[in-house]
Design a protein around this ligand. Structure first.
Ligand SMILES: [Zn+2]
Ligand SMILES: [Zn+2]
Length: 296
C-alpha cells in the first residue's frame, strides 16, 4: 500500500482494460488511444480479447505512443475452466507482442502463469460479473491484482464490483493488488469511470510496468489519495475531499471516519494488527478510491 506514497516520481493516470475494433470494441486502436490521450490520461493498455479462433490479435499500440502518452502492450486472455461453466477472463498488461495464443490443452492457470513468466502485470478481471468464486481464484497462480471496479460491467449489468474477492483472497493469505478499469467497448458512458494512479519516475512503458508490479499505485473512480503513512499506531491519510474513509481488514474488521469534505484522517491500526488493512474512500457523489492492502 505504501509503495505508491514512498516511491520517487509522480502519479500517472492510466486505464488498464479496454477494447478496440480488433476484437469486439467499436473504435480502431488509433482512436482508442486518441480518446484517452484527449481525456488527459498518461497511459493505457489496450487489452483486446486474444482469441485466435476469431482472429483477435495482441494489438501493437506502439505507433500511438506520443509525447506525454504511452501504452503497455496488453490483452484479455481466455481459457476454459471456471466452476460455473464460463471461460476465464484474465487481464495481462505488459505482454510481449509475440505472446503465443492459447495452446492445445492449456489450462487457464497455465496461461496466466505464462503471462506472468513473460513479465506481464496480471489481474483477475470483473469477478462479480460472472460469479467467479474464491475457489476459482485460488486455483490460479497468484495474480498481481483483482478489479475492484469494472465500469462496463457496472454500467451494463450492475455487477462491476470485485471487492468481495479481494477481501476473501486476503483473508486466505493470498496477497493481491486492487485496480479499477473501464473495460471500454463503445466509448460512451462506460468510459473514464475507473482508473489507476501509478507512481513512477517517468511515463515510459518499462517504468509504468515496474511500478505496477511493485504495487506503487491506487485505484479510483474520482477521488485522489494524496498520501498514506504509518504514524505510530495510526494510519495517517491525506486525500481529496471525502465523505467517508474506511479501513477494512480480516473478516469483519473495519474502522471509519465520516464527515463533510474530510481531507485528512488518522485511522487506528490496532484492530488490524497481525493481518491486513486497505483504505477505501468515498466522495460526496459516492465515487470511491481504493488503496492496495497494507500488512500490519
Ligand atoms: Zn472480460
Ligand atoms: Zn474486457
Amino acid at each position: 500500500m505504501l509503495d505508491a506514497f514512498t516511491a520517487p516520481g509522480r502519479f500517472f493516470r492510466g486505464n488498464l482494460h479496454c477494447h478496440s475494433s480488433r476484437s469486439d470494441g467499436d473504435p480502431t486502436p488509433a482512436r482508442v488511444c486518441a480518446f484517452y490521450r484527449d481525456a488527459g490520461y498518461d497511459f493505457i493498455s489496450l487489452t483486446d480479447h486474444f482469441m485466435e479462433r476469431f482472429g483477435y490479435p495482441v494489438v501493437d499500440t506502439t505507433p500511438f505512443r506520443a509525447d506525454g502518452f504511452t501504452t503497455l502492450i496488453g490483452a484479455e486472455l481466455h481459457a476454459e475452466g471456471i466452476d460455473n461453466g464460463e471461460i476465464w477472463h484474465v487481464l495481462a498488461n505488459g505482454l510481449p507482442l509475440d505472446f503465443a495464443p492459447l495452446m492445445p490443452g492449456e489450462t487457464a492457470a497455465q496461461l496466466a502463469q505464462r503471462a506472468l513468466d513473460a513479465g506481464a502485470f496480471v489481474s483477475i478481471a470483473h469477478p462479480g460479473w460472472y460469479g467467479l468464486t474464491l475457489d476459482d481464484a485460488l486455483a490460479m497462480p497468484p495474480a498481481h491484482a483483482v478489479e475492484a471496479y469494472n465500469s462496463i460491467c457496472d454500467w451494463e449489468t450492475g455487477r462491476g464490483d470485485g471487492n468481495y474477492l479481494i477481501d476473501q483472497l486476503l483473508n486466505k493469505g493470498r496477497r493481491t493488488g486492487v485496480i479499477a478499469t473501464d473495460d471500454a467497448h463503445r466509448y460512451g458512458e462506460e468510459a473514464c469511470r475507473g482508473w489507476v494512479m501509478v507512481k513512477a519516475e517517468s511515463n515510459s512503458p518499462d517504468a509504468i510496468l515496474s511500478a505496477l508490479k511493485a504495487g506503487a499505485y491506487y485505484a479510483s473512480q474520482g477521488p485522489s489519495i494524496h498520501h498514506i503513512e504509518i504514524d505510530g499506531d495510526h494510519l495517517f491519510v491525506e486525500t481529496s475531499a471525502a465523505r467517508s474513509m474506511w479501513l477494512v481488514g480480516h473478516a469483519a474488521r473495519s474502522t471509519v471516519v465520516m464527515g463533510r469534505g474530510i481531507t485528512r484522517a488518522r485511522l487506528p491500526l490496532e484492530k488490524f494488527s497481525g493481518g491486513w488493512a486497505r483504505l477505501i474512500i468515498a466522495d460526496e457523489q459516492g465515487r470511491r478510491a481504493w488503496s492496495n492492502p497494507l500488512f500490519v
